[in-house]
Design a protein around this ligand. Structure first.
Ligand code: HEM
Length: 536
C-alpha cells in the first residue's frame, strides 16, 4: 500500500508516485524533491571543491546542525509512555472535573518519568527523586499532574528553587558531578536549609533508587483544590499507588546497574509494555476541609510536610494503565510540556508558595525550551478537545483563528468565533485574601524535624541502616568537614542513634551540638504513626 502513496502518505489513486525500487518510498528533501544520490556532495570534479549550489547537502547539514534543543533545566533525563485513565466516578460530590465524573470512562494520558538532577545523558539509577508527570487529555482541556515519587519537597518557597537546583547540579567550575548528591555544594545548601531534612530522609532511603519506574508511588505533593458544581472547594492531595507494588534496588546494585546499563529504567518500561505486562497505578486523593487544615499540626501549604494517611485516608478514584510506547522519543517524550497551572474546571490551587512559583516557572521555561509560544500545537501537547481562541501567529503557528474575527467582542454573530461561557468555563476559587505585602516565611512552616523523624522511625531496621549507610556514603564525598558536622547537627534533632551512626561512619572527631530548632521535634511520634507508605 505504501507504494501507492506519495512522500506525504497521500494515495495517488493506484499510481505509484515517488517510489524507489519495489515498495520503498523515494528519499526526498524537506521540500519533497526526490533525491537521486545521497552518498556524495556536489563537486567541481571528483576531488572538489564542493559547490555552494548543492542545496541537498546544505539542507541536510543545516537540519542536523539544529537538532538539539535546550535540555530541561531540571528533570532533563526522562522517559514517557501513553495510556489511559479510567475514572471510578466516585468524587462528583467534591469536584466538577469532567474527567472524574463517569464510572468506567477512559481518558487518554501521557506520562513522563524522570530523574531530577542529572543531565539528559546521565544514568537511570542515580540516587535522586523521580519525576512522575501525567498529562490527562480531558474533554475540558489538558490537566497536568506534575508530581514526584516522594510526597514532600526540599524547600518551602519558590524563591529558593534556583539556589537549590544550582547547588544540586554539577558545580559551575568543574562541571561535575553530573548526577549525584554526593558533593560539597549540595550538602552545603542542605545543611543551611533545615526545611530540607524531611525530604533528605526520603532521598537517603531506598525510595530514591527505585527498581524501575513501574514500582514507584507518585505524589502531587502540594495541597490543591477540588471545586464542585456548587462552587464549594475541598482541599486535595494526590497519590499514585502502583499495582505492581513498591520496590527498590540497594545501592550496591544501583552502582553496578548504572555501569552495565545506564538506560535500565527506560529499557524496563519499553520492554514491559512490549511484553504486554502493562504497568498500572490507582489514583488516590486525600480530601480535607478548612477545619481540618486549621487544626492539623502542620501547615497544609508547606510542601515539606505530608498529611499522614492515618489522619486522612487515601480514597481511590481511578486507575491508570500505560499501554503504548512512544512512536518517536523526541517528538513525544522530549517535546512534552507539563505545567502545574494546566488545570481544568473543578480543580484549583492552594496558596502553597512553592506551587505558586511553579505555576509561573513551567510555561516560562517551555517558551525557551520549545522555541516560542506555539508549543501547544505540537501533537503531544495539543488538547484532544476543541481549542478555539483569538491567539494567533508567532513562530510555527499551526492553529490560527478561522474566519474574519480575531478579537472579541465582535458583531459577527455565529461567524464571530468562540464566546466565553459562565456556566462551562473555569473559575478560580473565590477565596477572601487580605494582608500587608511582606516578604517573610510563615511561622506555621517552622517545624523542620518532626516529620523527618516520623519518616525515619517508620522504616524497618534494615531500611534505617540503608539510610545511615547512604548518609555516610554521600557525606564521605563531602570534603568540607564543617558541612558534614552541620548535617549531623540536624540529624541529632531527628534521631540520636542515626546521628551517632553517621558521625561514627564519618569518623567525626567530635559530636556537634544539635542545630538550633525553631520548634522542638515531636519525640512522641512512634513507628505506629503511619506515613503514606503503601502495603504490598
Ligand atoms: C520539571 C521548575 C518544584 C516536578 C521542571 C522544569 C522546571 C521546573 C523549570 C522543567 C520543565 C520543562 O522544561 O518542561 C520547578 C520549580 C519548582 C519545582 C520552580 C519549585 C518552585 C517541583 C516539585 C515537583 C516537581 C515540588 C513535584 C511535585 C517536576 C517534574 C518535572 C519538572 C515531574 C518534569 C516534567 C517532565 O517530565 O517534563 N520543574 N519545579 N517540580 N518538575 Fe519542577
Amino acid at each position: 500500500d505504501d507504494a501507492k502513496k506519495n512522500a506525504h502518505g497521500e494515495s495517488k489513486g493506484g499510481e505509484t508516485h515517488q517510489t524507489a525500487q519495489g515498495n520503498v518510498p523515494v528519499l526526498t528533501t524537506q521540500q519533497g524533491v526526490p533525491v537521486a544520490e545521497d552518498q556524495n556532495s556536489l563537486k567541481a570534479g571528483p576531488r572538489g571543491p564542493t559547490l555552494l549550489e548543492d542545496f541537498q547537502l546544505r539542507e541536510k547539514i543545516f537540519h542536523f546542525d539544529h537538532e538539539r534543543i535546550p535540555e530541561r533545566v531540571v528533570h532533563a533525563r526522562g522517559y514517557g509512555a501513553h495510556g489511559f485513565f479510567e475514572s471510578y466516578g466516585n468524587v462528583a460530590d467534591v469536584t466538577r472535573a469532567d474527567v472524574l465524573q463517569r464510572k468506567g470512562e477512559k481518558t487518554p494520558v501521557f506520562v513522563r518519568f524522570s530523574t531530577v538532577a542529572g543531565n539528559k545523558g546521565s544514568a537511570d539509577l542515580a540516587r535522586d527523586v523521580r519525576g512522575f508527570a501525567v498529562k490527562f487529555y480531558t474533554r475540558e482541556g489538558n490537566w497536568d499532574l506534575v508530581g514526584n515519587n516522594i510526597p514532600v519537597f526540599f524547600i518551602q518557597d519558590a524563591m529558593k528553587f534556583p539556589d537549590m537546583v544550582h547547588a544540586f547540579k554539577d558545580e559551575p567550575d568543574s562541571g561535575f558531578p553530573q548526577a549525584a548528591t554526593a558533593h560539597d555544594n549540595a550538602w552545603d545548601f542542605i545543611s543551611l536549609t533545615p526545611e530540607a531534612m524531611h525530604m533528605v530522609m526520603w532521598v537517603m532511603s531506598n525510595r530514591a533508587i527505585p527498581r524501575s519506574f513501574r514500582f514507584m508511588e507518585g505524589f502531587g505533593v502540594h495541597t490543591f483544590r477540588f471545586v464542585n458544581a456548587q462552587g464549594k472547594s475541598t482541599f486535595v492531595k494526590f497519590h499514585w499507588k502502583p499495582k505492581q507494588g513498591l520496590q527498590s534496588v540497594v545501592w550496591n546494585e544501583a552502582v553496578k546497574i548504572n555501569g552495565a546499563d545506564p538506560d535500565f529504567h527506560r529499557r524496563d518500561l519499553w520492554n514491559a509494555i512490549e511484553a504486554g505486562d502493562l504497568p498500572e497505578w490507582e489514583l488516590g486523593v486525600q480530601l480535607f476541609d478548612e477545619e481540618f487544615a486549621k487544626k492539623f499540626e502542620f501547615d497544609v501549604l508547606d510542601a515539606t510536610k505530608l498529611i499522614p494517611e492515618e489522619q486522612v485516608p487515601v480514597k481511590l478514584i481511578g486507575r491508570m494503565v500505560l499501554d503504548r510506547r512512544v512512536d518517536n522519543f523526541f517528538a513525544e517524550t522530549e517535546q512534552v510540556a507539563f505545567c502545574t497551572q494546566n488545570v481544568v474546571p473543578g480543580i484549583g490551587f492552594s496558596n502553597d508558595p512553592l506551587l505558586q512559583g511553579r505555576n509561573f516557572s513551567y510555561l516560562d521555561t517551555q517558551l525557551k525550551r520549545l522555541g516560542g509560544p506555539n508549543f501547544t500545537h505540537i501533537p503531544i501537547n495539543a488538547p484532544k478537545c476543541p481549542v478555539m481562541n483569538f491567539q494567533q501567529d508567532g513562530h510555527m503557528a499551526m492553529r490560527n483563528p478561522k474566519g474574519r474575527a480575531n478579537y472579541e467582542p465582535n458583531s459577527w454573530g455565529a461567524e464571530g468565533g468562540p464566546r466565553e461561557s459562565p456556566e462551562k468555563g473555569f473559575k478560580s476559587v473565590s477565596e477572601p485574601v487580605e494582608g500587608a505585602k511582606v516578604r517573610v516565611r510563615s511561622e506555621t512552616f517552622s517545624d523542620h524535624y518532626s516529620q523527618a523523624r516520623q519518616f525515619y522511625i517508620s522504616q524497618t531496621p534494615i531500611e534505617q541502616t540503608h539510610i545511615a549507610n547512604a548518609l555516610v556514603f554521600e557525606l564521605s564525598k563531602v570534603q568540607t568537614v564543617a558541612i558534614r558536622a552541620r548535617i549531623v547537627s540536624h540529624l541529632l534533632n531527628i534521631d540520636a542513634a542515626l546521628a551517632d551512626a553517621v558521625a561514627e561512619g564519618l569518623r567525626l572527631k567530635e559530636m556537634p551540638k544539635p542545630a538550633p530548632a525553631a520548634k522542638p521535634t515531636r519525640r512522641d511520634l512512634k513507628p505506629s504513626d503511619k506515613l503514606s507508605i503503601i502495603k504490598n
